[in-house]
Design a protein around this ligand. Sequence first.
Ligand code: PLP
Length: 414
Amino acid sequence: MTAVAQHKNVLDIEKIRKDFPILSRKVNGKPLVYFDNGASSQKPQSVIDATNKYYSYENANIHRGVHTLSQEATSAYEVVREKVRAFINADKSHEIIFTKGTTDSINLVAFSFGRTHINEGDEVLISAMEHHSNIVPWQMLCVEKKAKLKVIPINDDGELMMDEYKKLLSKKTKIVAVTHISNSLGTVNPVKEIIAAAHEKGIPVLIDGAQAIHHTTVDVKDLDCDFYSFSAHKMYGPTGVGVLYGKEELLNSIPPYQGGGDMIKTVTFEKTTYNELPHKFEAGTPNIAGGIAFGAAIDYINSIGIETIAAYEHELTEYALQQLNTVPGIKFIGKAKERASVISFLLDNIHPYDAGVILDKMGIAVRTGHHCTQPLMDRFKISGTVRASFSFYNTKEEVDVLVKGLHKVIDMFK
Ligand code: PLP
């Protein structure tokens, strides 16, 4: 049984933690303190069980078989599409394209939309805080098409400079692609305002929701975004599964990303006609087990409630910021007013890698390095940070363990 909120905004964390088997293991002889949720979250038993159940009882390929197993697997998989639709409040379930993850979703848009709509001299507008997944596909496209990659600058607190953004929007801009929440700084970007400003000039917007979908309510209709991408593994689901949401009209107007089975209606050696949405963008056998387990992850989130999760994570982050502030020589990288449960910092002249290795010896998992945002690190003239990213299964006691651990790291380098 999944742990549920006792009452609004109050979580029974002890009960929740029991849903995640990995949280009770030790690392290097110490209880695991998992603060690398920004990279990937842990999985509740219900998600693990869903994977097991599929392979034990339902395993068959989908969409093509008339036999019972295939039909059962097909409906178990397709039910998840509807769950995703409801989760992000999309209009239609065929606006939900299953992909391998956020990276795959953005590549799909860069390839398919990009190759159709972006030509020599056009511009693609991204921001200075993008993950490499929302830089490199556009860069590759720009090289191919002789288009220009333009970058919205950020201030010293790690917030987008919205006036500069608006100035960068021009007739040449063919798409704006920005992250909802920065994986390195925790900044929550004003995506609704970003989308509205681009739409005033008729420019479509892709939002990279990899760090937002499990931390905040995402309503694609309210945002009015044209594309929204995210990964299941950051939302307590399996790796290798993700989503591209796209407005129906836009998805219908662009060509398939990959060719193969499932995405076709008819094939002759002379000509292929393509399947309808969403299958047009889903060539080949997908990650069926992963898709089904993703459904269990969404159920799990819903059983707690995303608003309850957001409120708890906010409180935990505020507590962590206060406690970390007591660590001598700590310097926060990213001080946005609107922020999510990601805290990046440096400790005087201690290399983030060294801090990470020592913390690991104490069972504390943090991420160190550039977090796949090298241009952002360049902006702050640093090579990387230590990043602690929290989830609703983390506790204030774990934050205290981290703070103590950091004191030890500092002592060792004295
Ligand atoms: N975008 C952001 C903001 C991310 O944080 C990540 C992963 O950390 C990605 C994109 C890429 O996600 P994935 O590796 O699941 O495709």
